[in-house]
Design a protein around this ligand. Structure first.
Ligand SMILES: Nc1ncnc2c1ncn2[C@@H]1O[C@H](COP(=O)(O)OP(=O)(O)OP(=O)(O)O)[C@@H](O)[C@H]1O
Ligand SMILES: CC(=O)N[C@H]1[C@@H]2OC[C@@H](O2)[C@@H](O)[C@@H]1O[C@H](C)C(=O)O
Length: 399
């Protein structure tokens, strides 16, 4: 209806917008909710994170998603019912946050919802001839819009695929707009379930393109085996990894995968990096069993090595890069230390020192993407290499 379009038009013309960003990643730990005030667009974007909360998922919610999560064969009816269910639950969680922040829904211009990735299948992974890159996020935006009364943008990844990408990582857009800095070469490293980074070469001296890629596992495998052997959701502060020894034969077997040799940019997910993947590597390494703490230590080193190997392959060694780490993995000192040891010439610091919490970063990213879709101009993203210049996100009106 016309009044919805007019409302959107007036939001596009505001000097600043209040946008709620939602991210629920591969770790299934909860929904990250960031309320941001955004001014301008493109490389002039200014974001102020006014509120940030993580609403933990209940065990039941997590179990319902796990029934279909990253699985090739599923109960199709369950996927169908989860799509609105996740949208409704996310809408409820937003209302809960608004209440606790004492913010009225009428004061929020837009919601930017990533949804829950349930399957990610770039073509070089699914290898089904004739089929494109594919990814599926559920938690339909219409339900969030109706629940909250706020115009909602969602399902950001399909346009990226339509424009020639793999649907991920989208982090490059936010990283480039918010963190690129003249006089400094930066790497924005995010370690969630899966790890990725964006290279932001010093725009003054480097002709290297802005660039982003997944590297492989971040915490996904560590979490899976902490659940399996220790009945814990994750390796808090790397305490278990610290007690174990690295098994070199297993580390070699874990790295024996064509994904690591494939050209950049590339994406992956828990469809590949699963318990089965590790069990196969254990067999390949000729091990009949491995002490649980050694396994966690080895998986932690596996994440660190695959992250640093990818960085080493890409960066120009003559430039001193500053790495800013975000995502839950930045809280794991064993992982962070292993990365720093592999890259002794680079500084490694938490993203938080740049003024945005590393835990909020991905939720903030989606506010930036929604801001671009509604108020961006086409001349804002001039760089390159596997980064399609497109608007992303589908619009759901509340009424
Ligand atoms: N104190 C800590 N010590 C060790 N690991 C931690 C700590 N805090 C968080 N983590 C890890 O971070 C994970 C959550 O990370 P995050 O929320 O960034 O992932 P995600 O957004 O779900 O994943 P992705 O970015 O791949 O979509 C937890 O599951 C845990 O493995
Ligand atoms: C398909 C999908 O959901 N991918 C996620 C996942 O989590 C980390 C990594 O794998 C990244 O590629 C992406 O998320 C972030 C937000 C991105 O697109 O930049």
């Amino acid at each position: 209806m016309k009044q919805h379009v007019e409302k959107l038009h007036s939001i596009a013309n505001k000097s600043s917008r209040k946008i709620i960003g939602l991210m629920s990643g591969t770790s299934l730990d909860g929904l990250d909710v960031a309320l941001c005030n955004i001014e301008k667009s493109g490389t002039n974007t200014r974001v102020h994170v006014e509120q940030f909360s993580t609403v933990a998922y209940t065990e039941n919610f997590r179990d319902q998603i796990r029934k279909i999560f990253a699985k090739k064969e599923i109960d199709f009816q369950h996927l169908c019912v989860l799509n609105p269910f996740v949208g409704i639950e996310h809408g409820r969680m937003i209302l809960e946050c608004l209440k606790s922040w004492n913010v009225a829904a009428e004061d929020v211009d837009l919601i930017a919802s990533h949804g829950q990735t349930v399957y990610h299948a770039p073509s070089n992974q699914h290898q089904v001839p004739g089929f494109p890159n594919a990814t599926l996020q559920i938690g339909d935006g219409d339900h969030i819009a109706v629940q909250t009364g706020i115009i909602t943008l969602s399902d950001f990844r399909q346009k990226h695929i339509a424009a020639g990408g793999e649907g991920a990582p989208l982090a490059v857009y936010g990283d480039y707009f918010l963190f690129s800095k003249k006089g400094e070469s930066r790497i924005l490293l995010n370690m969630g379930g899966i790890a990725n980074f964006t290279i932001l070469p010093d725009p003054e001296i480097s002709n290297q393109p802005v660039f982003t890629t997944d590297t492989g596992p971040g915490n996904a495998l560590i979490d899976a085996f902490m659940r399996k052997y220790f009945d814990k959701p994750y390796d808090h502060n790397g305490e278990t990894a610290r007690q174990g020894n690295i098994n070199e034969a297993l580390l070699i077997a874990l790295k024996n995968l064509s994904f690591f040799e494939a050209p950049f940019p590339k994406t992956t997910g828990p469809e590949v990096f699963s318990i089965t993947y590790v069990e196969n590597a254990i067999t390949q390494a000729g091990l009949s069993e491995i002490p649980s703490a050694d396994l966690i230590a080895t998986l932690t080193r596996f994440s660190a090595d695959t992250i640093t190997d990818a960085i080493k392959k890409i960066v120009n060694k003559r430039e001193a890069y500053h790495i800013f780490a975000s995502g839950g993995g930045a809280h794991n000192p064993v992982l962070m230390q292993a990365i720093q040891e592999q890259l002794p010439d680079f500084t490694l610091q938490p993203l938080d020192i740049l003024g945005i919490s590393g835990d909020a970063k991905e939720a903030v990213l989606f506010t930036v993407l929604a801001n671009e879709a509604v108020a961006g101009t086409s001349d804002t993203f001039k760089s390159s290499s596997g980064v399609p210049l497109v608007t992303m996100g589908k619009i759901s009106f509340p009424g």
